[in-house]
Design a protein around this ligand. Sequence first.
Ligand code: GLU
Length: 409
Amino acid sequence: MAAFEHFTEHVNAAAKLAGLSEKERKALEKPDRVLRADLEVALDDGSTATFSAYRIQFNNARGPYKGGIRFHPEADEDEVSALAAMMMVKCAVVGIPFGGAKGGVTVDPKKLSTREREALARAYVRAFAGDLGPDQDIPAPDVYTNPSVMAHMLDEYEKITGKSQPAMITGKPIALGGSLGRDTATADGAIAVLEALFEDEGVHASELTVAVQGAGNAGSQAARRLAHVGAKVVALSDSSGTLEDAVGLDVAAMLEGKEQKKEFSAVGKVAPVEAVLSAKADLFVPAALEEQLREDTIGGLSTRYVLEIANGPTTPEADVLLAKRGVTVVPDVLANAGGVAVSYFEWIQGRTGDRWGKEAIETRLTETMRSAYREVANFAKEHDTTLREAAYALALSRIAEAMRERGRV
Ligand code: GLU
């Protein structure tokens, strides 16, 4: 099933609980605008390469479009649309005044030099500049993009517009107006939600064994945070393989090794990539790409909890099976919304020129995530449903209300 169909399945499942009319449901399943471009980039060997690029603006009833840009060989229109739709949902789940958007370039960034990657970032902004802006559509990092890519995008945008506009993009380097805490925000937000859930369940993170899939920004920070609160990380994977240790990995040392040697297979003995899915653990943290938990991959999954730090890691079929097995899944649109929440704080700082201290960011992030969790958990309990369905129902009803107020539906 294609990624966008997963989103519409979630919407259909939650439509009744959200009180949506048929017209509203249909309106919420359609992007406002699909922007496409072919980006031409001069390569270091003197040749020119062309890459397909997208920016999909999903819905701006609650505020400007917001969402990251990924550089990935499998990024395509279907995937980017689904991710844009999820941004719309997650901003509404945590109550921040943004709509949904996502961007993507179909490229393997590992094959680009630093100069070529910068040229690609600048070409992306030249192609879409007219549709981006602090009150219009605000990009951020996503898979295989980072603060340095954001810096080049901001620089290109300001060259085109001739104005300083730090709020046009988030996830920037601190020197260009980036926010403290943005680099760890996704993991910090996820841990805040997990702690709130565990308080409800009388569980302590320090008693847990954990398997983490993915060691990009969010995955590695989550593994670090979980180890820090005393959980035993028994499996940690990247695209080269899975590191395993039943008594708990030295997460900091493994991640330092990866930084130096690029991949886990060069750091230590690794099991296959899929081994992380069948590690004996209490908590599984998918923090890589979409559709990792499917009917055909969850046979060996023995965990009691799943914390979705990746976007869309669980297919709707697997979701049903996990619910039947009594696994509590903290859905992506709640679990990973800390990233965009701190992007919102960065956007406010960019617009006001104010600078917030680390403590202010941490406090506000924790409050945002805990209160979103409380609302979702209460709704799920009241309607005897999963956290995912509750999160979608709450978010969709908020977006539909904004659309009604505007007279759009
Ligand atoms: N790419 C991140 C996400 O999927 C962050 C988006 C943002 O900060 O705008 O939530």
